[in-house]
Design a protein. Structure first.
Length: 176
């Protein structure tokens, strides 16, 4: 007969395994040399370590997701309000002060309008990209945007007017 706990051979009619201390039960008609696979208890320490590691990996993933969504929300949250154009520069770095003073309102509802000329439309934000649509809903320009302090930098990467591609407009929060 074999111990059901540790699998060692049991000699004689003893009540406890001399190897692991497991209680030995005998069936009346059970042959003495029948082997039973040992029933092993799981190593709880290993299971606990695996659970802790899994929890740490899960928590790290959640923190990374929240950190990214937080920075994105902060970036888009800061873009709303009234902006005044300071200057613009083309892809070659040539500065032009022509748009200076033009004020634009960017609203949280996805609309924009210029206060100094009769243009308005809608926009969509995607991480650091802004798609700007005109009054009739046509996509006019796709810009990368970055907020640096109180300045909003908009750089055209695609545009209906090919001359705009590579141009960066620098705006400052109005009243600052």
């Amino acid at each position: 007969m074999f111990c059901t706990m540790c699998g060692n051979r049991i000699e004689g009619m003893i009540n406890f395994c001399s190897f692991c201390g497991n209680r030995i039960y005998y069936a009346q008609n059970e042959p003495q040399n029948q082997y039973r696979a040992p029933i092993r208890k799981g190593n709880t320490q290993t299971v606990i370590i695996i659970l802790i590691v899994a929890a740490i990996i899960f928590a790290s993933g959640v923190i990374a997701i929240l950190a990214n969504s937080g920075s994105s929300a902060e970036r888009t949250g800061n873009i709303y309000g009234t902006w005044e154009a300071k200057y613009m520069y083309d892809a070659n770095g040539n500065i032009n002060y022509n748009p200076a003073g033009v004020r634009t309102v960017i609203n949280a509802d996805g609309t924009w309008r210029n206060l100094d000329n009769p243009t308005s439309g809608t926009f969509k934000l995607y991480d650091n990209l802004m798609e700007q649509y005109n009054e009739v809903g046509r996509l006019d320009i796709i810009m990368e945007y970055e907020i640096i302090g109180d300045e909003l930098h908009l750089t055209a990467i695609e545009s209906v007017d090919a001359r705009d591609v590579g141009t960066t407009w620098v705006l400052q929060r109005a009243g600052r």
